[in-house]
Design a protein around this ligand. Sequence first.
Ligand SMILES: *[C@@H]1O[C@H](CO)[C@@H](O)[C@H](O)[C@H]1NC(C)=O
Ligand SMILES: *[C@@H]1O[C@H](CO)[C@@H](O)[C@H](O)[C@H]1NC(C)=O
Length: 467
Amino acid sequence: MKAFWALVAVLLLPSEAVVARAPRTRRELAPGLHERGIRDAGGSYCQRHDACCSGRDDECTVPYLDTICYCDLFCNRTVSDCCPDFWEYCLGIEPPLSVQKACIRNGFKFPAGATYRDNCNLCTCHGNGQWVCEDHACLINGDMMDAVNRGNYGWRASNYSQFWGMTLDEGIQYRLGTIKPPTSVMNMNELQMNMDENDVLPSYFNAADKWSGMIHEPLDQGNCAGSWAFSTAAVASDRISIHSMGHMTPALSPQNLLSCNTRHQQGCNGGRIDGAWWFLRRRGVVTDECYPFSNQETNHSPNAPACMMHSRSTGRGKRQAIARCPNPRSHANEIYQSTPAYRLSSNEKEIMKELMENGPVQAILEVHEDFFMYRTGIYRHTAVAAGKPEQYRRHGTHSVKITGWGEEQMPDGSNQKYWIAANSWGKDWGEHGYFRITRGENECEIETFVVGVWGRVGMEDMHHHKK
Ligand SMILES: *[C@@H]1O[C@H](CO)[C@@H](O)[C@H](O)[C@H]1NC(C)=O
Ligand SMILES: *[C@@H]1O[C@H](CO)[C@@H](O)[C@H](O)[C@H]1NC(C)=O
């Protein structure tokens, strides 16, 4: 029992001590205004309101930033809620706290902690009056853009608002999305082509001229690293249109591949083109209208959109959709399939012959930092980032659709051969969504892994699909 009362006494003592003290006011409990030093040290507060109150005067306040500060002597007790100019104006002494200097930008003062964005870098006002900015390499780099445009490289660079504010690493991470095929696939048998020494290939060829109305426009993958699905859908769309002689001209759905071709594939985080072709052959995909590309940003999340299209065999390798179109306004859920894709040799002439006879081909491309800024001309990777730190020199694997070739006289008089290729960065990138790139030199590995395919087109398709 004694022990119990002793415990009670111990518990009571401290609280009694508190009660004995003077009651605390809200003012004393208020968090300090100057916890991290005085903000807006140059501002005039007590002075502007001609307020210097002696003793304690809780009414002696003036507005300060988004709160109030005091100009009475009581504020000196805690120093925390005095106006910044209290000491100097009312007491004629230096403030006892460290002073935070404002940062200046465009003629305006900003307090410590203020931020602004400079392209892909966040700048913060430090208390010493200095802005300190992050040091990321940006996807659009003004210096490199100018260096390309001054350098007479045969192509011109420009700013793209959709890339402005992104870091180079984000560009590599979100705008490409093809995983290099493993060596086993790289070594897959090349198609043996009977190239006749006398085969004459024209100096200019554009699939859009030969197969008018059957070559689909460049796509836009947004910030979805799914070029594996976009380039495959793009090549398959053109090839099916060509091989059906225009009886069917489906624009195939990249989203169908992104969401449903999930075995060993990572949707908007990258995938392999050999896997995509396997899917097109064995499962097939619907049109883009039936299964539209969904919001770019949400595709990144670990819960990528679930597959909303399924098909079943109808015999002889053909398949039929067993789900409605995810787009409720579209009822055309035909499944389109291809035959097995084949690899072409890296020989420029063989690629040209295949392109001219059978239609656009798919190519893997190593994308470097300067390619994002390509606007027009014949691209060749430049050394404009050579002198810069390593973080400015980045590359990643992409895939595109080659649709033609040509030659052009360069400023130095030389003749430059090029490929014409469709990218998947929208139609306002490059030359209306296309780019031209040096041909015959395996520039950025564009001739390393080139793929063709046949659409699976039966006689019945020739009759049924004509719109
Ligand atoms: C106010 O505070 C400063 C710094 O703590 C001190 O030097 C000064 O004497 C104080 N003034 C009064 C009037 O208490
Ligand atoms: C690039 O474009 C963005 C937005 O479209 C603009 O804010 C920025 O100033 C431009 N940058 C350069 C270097 O031209």
